[in-house]
Ligand binder design. Structure first.
Ligand code: IPD
Ligand code: CA
Ligand code: CA
Ligand code: CA
Length: 291
């Protein structure tokens, strides 16, 4: 069943407390400057994890499991094999933007989302270095540090600031060609400017509060986008498939925009560059050739 308003309030409080506790740990790490010391590679040299990702995940999941023992959990570092079902599910990315975190950039965050019937209903994103806490519950608006946020409403690609992400799972020829192709096309269109992001969560809340007009990526996981989806939609923005169709948390692709008009203009370009039909197998095994 969909949680009651009272239950959602309680879950929001718990998620906020967990995100703040996690953020404190990240700030301690920034102060000690020791993230580099524990870097390990996962699937590729661009796919990294530190002891802090694991510590944050542990403390966040402990809190969430205490608050709602019956809920399922999907989390990047430890509970990442679960299928997304209709049951209420906490979806957690302990540190989104691990590479930024390792390089001491501010753009990294803790993401806690709650999905019910495979749809995100509550989202918390905390960016500790900026001291920005974003929260949203479906139907109740999006907030940053308690103040309502709204997207820029940008409707025109020529005035849009757009973020593109470089994938961490593959830098093989297919993936590189796709990134270069869409970049060339968007720059020539022209869009106002393009940036390269390092945290799906940060970019989504930036779209939500009007600092950025759009972001798109293929290869993402539910934990990268669940919390952000609620925050973006409650701020008047749009999350959809890169085809422009309905967003599916489990589909591994997302297009986020400040308005439906902007989303459909971008989707046209993404379709032309096969950002529309990206399947996991397009990426897996697409390894760079050895020199
Ligand atoms: C990554 C970041 C990055 C995005 C990747 C994500 P992580 O998450 O959000 O910006 O491009 O797709 O995997 O690994 O730093 O949590
Ligand atoms: Ca990761
Ligand atoms: Ca992530
Ligand atoms: Ca992560």
């Amino acid at each position: 069943a969909v949680p009651s308003t009272e239950d959602l309030n309680r879950y929001l409080d718990e998620a906020v407390a967990a995100a703040q506790e996690a953020g404190n740990l990240m700030l301690e790490c920034f102060a000690r400057n020791d993230a580099q010391a524990s870097v390990e590679e996962k699937s590729s040299p661009a796919d990294l994890v530190t002891k802090y990702d694991r510590q944050v995940e542990e403390l966040v999941l402990k809190r969430l499991r205490t608050a709602a023992p019956d809920f399922r959990v999907l989390a990047e570092e430890t509970a990442n094999k679960e299928e997304l079902t209709d049951a209420p599910t906490w979806i957690v990315d302990p540190i989104d933007g691990t590479t930024n975190f390792i390089h001491r950039q501010a753009e990294c965050c803790v993401l806690i989302g709650l999905a019910v019937k495979k749809k995100a209903v509550l989202g918390v994103c905390f960016i500790p270095k900026l001291d920005e806490l974003y929260t949203a519950v479906q139907g109740r608006g999006a907030y940053c540090n308690g103040r309502r946020v709204v997207s820029s409403g940008c409707k025109d690609l020529t005035t849009a600031l757009v973020n593109l992400h470089l994938p961490s799972y593959s830098r093989g020829p297919k993936v590189v060609d796709r990134i270069l192709g869409i970049s060339r096309d968007l720059l020539a269109h022209p869009i106002r400017a393009m940036r390269c992001g390092g945290s799906a969560g940060v970019d989504m809340v930036h779209v939500a509060r009007g600092r950025l007009d759009a972001y798109f990526e293929v290869g993402i996981y539910p934990w990268d986008v669940c919390a952000g989806q609620v925050i973006v939609e409650e701020a008047g923005g749009v999350c959809c498939d890169t085809l422009g169709g309905d967003f599916d948390l489990a589909s591994r692709r997302v297009l986020v925009a400040a308005s439906p008009e902007l989303a459909s203009q971008l989707a046209v370009h993404l379709r032309n560059h096969s950002y529309s039909s990206v399947e996991a197998e397009d990426y897996n095994g697409d390894v760079p050739e050895k020199a």
